[in-house]
Design a protein around this ligand. Sequence first.
Ligand code: DAH
Length: 354
Amino acid sequence: MENFDEVVKEIAAAASPEALEAIRVQVLGRRGSLTLAMRELGALDPEQRRKAGAALNVAKDRVTAALTEATARLGRSALEERLAGERADVTLPLSFDATGRIHPISQTIDEIVAIFGEMGFAVAEGPHIEEDFYNFTALNIPPEHPARQEHDTFYLPDRPDGARLALRTHTSPVQIRTMQAQEPPIRIIVPGRTFRCDHDATHSPMFHQVEGLVVDRTTQMGHLKGCLIEFLRAFFGLDDLPVRFRPSYFPFTEPSAEVDIGCSRKGGELKIGAGGDWLEILGSGMVHPQVLKNCGIDPAEYQGFAFGMGIERVAMLKYGIPDVRAFYDSDLRWLRHYGFLPLDIPSLVRGPLS
Ligand code: DAH
């Protein structure tokens, strides 16, 4: 009978999966030495057959175990080799041949998320195709409400169950989805795409907003003011930026306030900062008790504030971009000029925010 000690040694020394497979076929294959030896057992008398059979079974177990072990060993070394080959030295200097740029909208969203992230806000998202209920009704905008006309909504065919569908006209429906899904305390921002049938130098049919929502037992107007003043000063990088809250109306907040920041328009040039003029920048207010109720939150126990802001608008103001349509022209010269280097990661302590 073949010496299977030798086979086990050969297996342990096999240098590749192919070499291993060749040995397996030689020993355990259909015409392999062990297979043939097993087949010959039938010709032996019962006593000899029992002894030889037991020995062959032991040999087969040893060979199989050695094959399993060798397969694992070769797998490990293949992985190590691959990892060594794919290693990247992250301490190498940045290649200045890199031509890609971060789009100003992505950069602005990253900046907004960095600031609110420091304040403890989480990021929430919702669908672009939205039900009429979330986009309007639950936000206290019933059918026939005049606010619906202002939204220039893109409607889609109704769903088979009769639900009216539209491209969301604002990020506010995510307030409803969040309050329905999660118990207070809630502290979220919602950056995302929004859609309105409108197109000129300051309007694009697809644009971006960021929504904010805070709901807790003692949330009040002072928190809204402090939070937004802090955000606007960090975002525009001006510690003394004047911020003004002006009474306004939104169906989903009561009271409501529009927020203006200080600017100067001297010589026809717009400059953000103390300058005697005002520029409207966002909408805000205390969440309407009816909206809380629509989401199953008891307004006797909880209060909230909310705000909504156009991302293109603040990006244009911060980075001096004159025409909103250029954001979506994919003009490489524009991207090279207004885009950001991939490693300019926004944060409150360094980079473009400081
Ligand atoms: N959804 C409003 C819009 O698109 C913006 C807005 C105003 C959002 C006030 C709010 C808010 O959350 O409190 O015009």
